[in-house]
Write a protein that binds this ligand. Structure first.
Ligand code: APR
Length: 266
């Protein structure tokens, strides 16, 4: 899909049910100079990665108090590595960017979108061709040793987990972990500071696929609105910030974003 850093317009059949909403969003995009996109698990749902809290979310199968908690990881790292082996790896390794990911990469190419601030750890924004991505919760394609900080990628972690439980460093014997922010950990300081700066200087924030219930990330759309930006929320379920938004769209994001970005508006 991606050629010489230009995003080719993906093939898609416009869903007539969302063309009106897409036109409203397109008008907001055309009027904006500095857009920030704020994305959550919902933007990747259409690539097969289940969300956390929506219908059929990942948490109905695995206990986040265990696989996503640093305290539990330190107590019993095998729970995370079993979750990785049985579920997480395949979801991430097989996932392809959705039309929404490509649409945001296109807006960056057009010079309309300054930054994507994402809560997602799947790396799909980079895969779609976006370059300015702030990953508030890290990236599960990256791993490192708790003992010596040696780095590993997804393929290396997958190879090691076939014969090791939990996975340990071949240099120092330390436990290896994903480079993601677990519950009980702070967000990377530099990343959140940069995200706040971009939020305060944008004139449009587009939220795509987030329940907006996990802080401090969820404070950013509120901060954008308080700083005078317009706010568009594309989310299947209601969010606590809907009443603040200038536009709320309750449709799956992919086809809508593709229409808003690629369909010439009459
Ligand atoms: N299009 C638009 N929205 C969608 C789609 C879709 N195709 N599919 C699902 N959604 C919406 C759901 O309605 C849901 O409200 O995406 C939202 C996803 O919400 P969550 O599962 O709570 O994900 P997120 O908001 O990213 O969670 C934030 O919580 O568990 C922690 O660290 C984890 O980053 C995550 C954070």
């Amino acid at each position: 899909m991606q050629q010489n850093n230009k995003i080719q317009r993906p093939q898609f059949t416009p869903d007539k049910n969302v063309s009106g909403e897409a036109k409203k969003l397109r008008r907001m995009i055309d009027e904006a100079q500095r857009i920030v996109a704020f994305t959550g698990a919902g933007i990747s749902a259409e690539s097969g990665i289940p969300t956390y809290r929506g219908a059929g979310g990942m948490w109905s199968k695995y206990d986040p108090e265990k696989f996503a908690s640093i305290d539990y990881f330190r107590k019993d790292p095998t729970y995370y590595w079993r979750f990785f082996k049985e579920c997480r790896h395949d979801l991430i390794a097989k996932a392809e960017p959705t039309l929404s990911h490509y649409a945001l990469a296109e807006l960056e190419n057009r010079g309309k979108l300054n930054t994507i601030v994402t809560q997602n750890i799947d790396g799909l924004h980079y895969l779609a061709g976006s370059e300015r991505v702030l990953e508030l919760h890290g990236n599960t394609n990256r791993f490192y040793c708790l003992g010596c900080s040696k780095q590993f990628n997804l393929n290396q972690a997958w190879e090691m987990v076939q014969t090791q439980m939990p996975v340990i460093c071949d240099d120092c014997g330390g436990i290896i972990r994903a480079d993601v922010v677990m519950f009980g950990e702070m967000l990377p300081e530099r990343t959140i500071t940069e995200a706040e700066q971009e939020t305060n200087s944008c004139d449009l924030m587009i939220v795509i696929g987030s329940s907006l219930v996990v802080y401090p990330a969820a404070s950013l759309p509120y901060q954008a609105k308080s700083a005078g930006a317009k706010l568009a929320i594309i989310n299947l379920d209601p969010t606590p910030l809907d009443s603040l938004a200038d536009l709320v769209i309750r449709h799956p994001a992919a086809n809508l974003m593709a229409q808003a970005v690629w369909l010439e508006q009459e």
